[in-house]
Design a protein around this ligand. Structure first.
Ligand code: SAM
Length: 350
């Protein structure tokens, strides 16, 4: 395979490409991106084509911020009239055997118009794949992806377990809870699912723990703690949802989130304040360096053009401050599906 196809949120193609360029060049892989604005994906072409699988493994999908999915691909498959499945199958014979095949498209309004065609192709594609022997149960962890661009062409490629998202289109869909005070609640729910591994959710999000929520109103993020029986100090001058306040688990502090200091060390700090990313990064570093919290989840709002570069500046600032304070930590950052012009960062101090 020659190239990488990365799915991303439409409008974030340049950021996804900038990150791929930076991270892959750090691993000794050089290339260039083909970017179409608002397409919802990026194709990254490499010079060292024979080792793309190796690069994908080294990229560590969970370390990538803007890519929702990464797939190793060859050239575009252009369909001959009336034989889409046959054209794809011919190209599939050049790929490693797989245990399954998915058919997808970009997360854009234009691409949504392809949903009828995707439904129509799904069954014949899976049957064709099975019959021709490119699907094998023993090809564990290898998945073929057909990424439909329109009715005339698709990218066909391969993803590998542990180096990819397990969700169609790389999107973790969540249902809005009826009692949720705001749609923002889904951002923190997705962040917990993304950053707190399943085997740690019982111990890291335990009833009776304590949290501070900076910029809490009306309470979507606080709600995620309260539903787990976690006590929250909600800091915001704005009003909190009444039902949340009546649980007795929330202490509403009408204060400035940049000046507030916790009365005791808390288990979690979360922050959704709309502020310059560098200010938020500085504040988070202060809390972690002072050991006011061990865990922090926060949004970096990115209304600027060079979003990836801004994120790098923020992460470097945090690294410098925590290193100076002698605080070891692990971090992950992701442009989650429920994020819009922002990314979510999780830092766990040791
Ligand atoms: C995006 S909203 C938060 C939504 C909330 N996470 C939820 O799920 O409902 C941002 C909030 O930050 C608050 N905010 C902005 N600057 C603040 C500051 N300096 N101190 C405290 N709150 C602040 C605003 O009042 C607003 O309620």
């Amino acid at each position: 395979m020659k190239n990488i196809l990365a799915y991303c949120r439409p409008g974030f193609e340049k950021d996804c490409a900038a990150e791929l360029a930076q991270v892959s060049s750090e691993k000794g892989f050089y290339g260039y991106a083909k970017v179409v604005s608002d397409a919802g994906y990026v194709v990254y072409c490499f010079e060292q084509t024979e080792t793309i699988e190796e690069l994908i493994k080294q990229l560590q999908f969970n370390r990538l911020i803007f890519a929702r999915q990464i797939i190793a691909i060859n050239e575009l498959v252009e369909f001959e009239s009336g034989s889409r499945v046959e054209s794809l199958l011919e190209a599939a014979r050049q790929l490693p055997l797989a245990e399954e095949v998915w058919i997808e498209t970009a997360d854009t309004n234009d691409a949504k118009a392809l949903s009828g065609l995707i439904k129509k192709l799904d069954k014949p594609l899976k049957t064709g794949w099975k019959k021709s022997g490119v699907l094998r149960n023993k090809a564990v962890g290898v998945r073929h992806h057909v990424f439909l661009l329109d009715g005339e062409a698709a990218y066909l490629g391969v993803s590998y377990a542990e180096c990819r998202s397990e969700f169609p289109l790389g999107i973790r869909r969540l249902r809005f809870p009826a009692a949720g005070p705001s749609r923002s609640t889904l951002k923190l729910e997705e962040a917990f699912l993304q950053f707190v591994p399943e085997h740690k959710r019982d111990t890291d999000l335990l009833e009776g723990m304590t949290a501070v929520d900076l910029g809490a109103a009306p309470g979507g993020w606080t709600y995620q703690f309260v539903k787990r029986g976690i006590n929250v100090i909600a800091v915001d001058n704005g009003p909190m949802q009444k039902e949340l306040m009546s649980t007795g688990l929330v202490d509403h502090e009408k204060a400035d989130g940049f000046k507030f200091e916790p009365p005791y060390t808390v288990d979690w700090l979360v922050c959704d304040m709309v502020e310059r990313p560098i200010m938020v990064a500085e504040l988070m570093a202060k809390w972690l360096a002072n050991r006011w919290t061990r865990r922090a989840i926060f949004n970096l709002k990115l209304p600027m053009k060079k979003r990836y570069q801004e994120v790098v500046l923020c992460l470097e600032l945090i690294e410098a401050k925590l290193q100076k304070a002698g605080v070891g930590y692990q971090f992950q950052a992701k442009h989650l599906y429920h994020d819009r012009e922002e990314i979510t960062v999780c830092i766990i101090a040791q």
